[in-house]
Design a binder for this molecule. Structure first.
Ligand SMILES: Cc1ncc(COP(=O)(O)O)c(C=O)c1O
Length: 377
């Protein structure tokens, strides 16, 4: 038996769209990009969206636009991918790492309150595993303290906070279409911002700092350099692939959600025996089935479970080395013990295979292996 950790979803129309795209000029912003844009606009109920090469570039773009100065501080969770911290450093900002809530692995408000200073200007959340942070309280807090809120929704497309989609919860948000995500085109990202003036600036920044967007709309005869900027396009071939997946997002999400709830149901005995806590889904969140994980009661139990699954051909994985405990985090002055819950998440969290290629029978097999092992402990 071999059960991979990732498995790419193939949209019914992907070959047709790619071939059709290859017949075009391949110009960025073409028919496939427009069609994918319309689907996302409908799904998210927002128009201030831009395709970008990655979620990391959406986060970089967000920080590039903000009126911040070197030395300003940005709060973000340590149990995280390095993208947001890199974006902060690129602008001379200081990333301040916060600990997480062990129920969701998301940044927690009491930690934010502990670490905020007069220099704090923005707060970056991560919806770990596609599970929403409690945005009402986070937004209230950000508003009271005049902080910009940036949502790293890399894993969150298809999830909801109350009835609202993730990926539009921040003043700025970024979504990833990396091959590990529910909707994937190899590499790709989506940028969102609430404010229309920032959105206009984002369009200029994204296109080399020029007013090329106005030129495309016929609003000027030629385009020129307006502001500092970069080149952050998502190429048309990726958009063709993305479209084929977005057209099937409800099927993809429903299948993944079904597998997620099946894990939660089947693996209850591990929790009841005190061997591992299952990931928790707060009432306010509808998940997208991006990840399922267990947090074992110790590092050695997690390692034993991982090795057991591996010996049976099942690829189960740990997740982030917390940023504060990484070599770069240590260069920034942190020690691993500073944020104990993030460190514990690294040491005890194990993700099980969850994807559209995972059959019900395979999933039951994975659970049976873990349950049999748990019974013997
Ligand atoms: C929380 C988080 N943010 C950002 C990223 C990076 O996304 P991308 O590869 O699209 O830049 C990841 C990658 O998995 C992630 O987990």
């Amino acid at each position: 038996m071999k059960i991979p950790f990732y498995y790419p979803f193939h949209g019914a129309k992907e070959n047709e769209y790619i071939n059709e795209c290859l017949q075009s000029s391949l110009a960025t912003g073409g028919a496939f990009s427009n069609r994918a844009f319309l689907l996302l606009k409908r799904l998210l109920g927002q128009e201030n969206l831009l395709f970008v090469p990655t979620c990391s570039s959406a986060l970089e773009l967000s920080l590039a636009l903000l009126p911040l100065k070197p030395g300003d501080e940005i709060l973000l969770p340590s149990f995280n991918f390095p993208s947001a911290a890199n974006a902060a450093l690129q602008k001379g900002l200081i990333p301040i790492f916060c600990d997480i809530n062990p129920r969701t692995q998301n940044i927690c408000l009491s930690e934010i309150e502990k670490r905020i200073t007069a220099k704090t200007k923005a707060l970056i959340t991560v919806d770990y595993a596609g599970i929403a942070c409690d945005y009402d309280s986070i937004r209230d807090f950000a508003r009271e303290r005049s902080l910009f809120l940036i949502e790293d929704a890399a894993q969150s497309l298809g999830s909801y906070y109350k009835k609202e989609p993730l990926g539009i919860q921040g003043d700025f948000s970024g979504i990833s279409f990396h091959n590990s995500k529910n909707i994937a085109c190899g590499e790709g990202g989506l940028f969102f911002c609430k404010n229309k003036d920032f959105y206009a600036l984002a369009q200029i920044y994204q296109m080399h700092g020029t007013n090329r967007q106005d030129f495309f709309k016929g609003l000027c005869d030629y385009y020129t350099w307006q502001l500092p900027g970069s080149s952050l396009p998502l190429n048309e071939l990726s958009c063709a692939l993305l479209l084929s997946q977005l057209e099937e997002i409800s099927t993809i999400t429903a299948y993944r959600r079904e597998r997620l709830f099946a894990y939660l149901n089947l693996l209850k005995p591990l929790e009841e025996k005190g061997l591992a806590a299952q990931m928790q889904i707060p009432d306010y969140c509808t998940p997208n089935g991006h990840l399922y994980y267990l947090r074992f009661s110790s590092h050695s139990l997690m390692e034993k479970a991982k090795n057991l699954l591996y010996s049976k051909g099942i690829d189960a994985r740990t997740h982030y080395v917390p940023l504060h405990a990484s070599p770069m985090g240590r260069r920034l002055g942190y020690e691993p013990k500073n944020l104990p819950e993030s460190l514990k998440a690294y040491e005890t969290l194990l993700r099980l295979p969850l994807h559209t290629g995972l059959t019900k029978e395979e999933q039951e097999k994975i659970c049976e292996i873990l349950l049999n092992w748990g019974r013997r402990l």
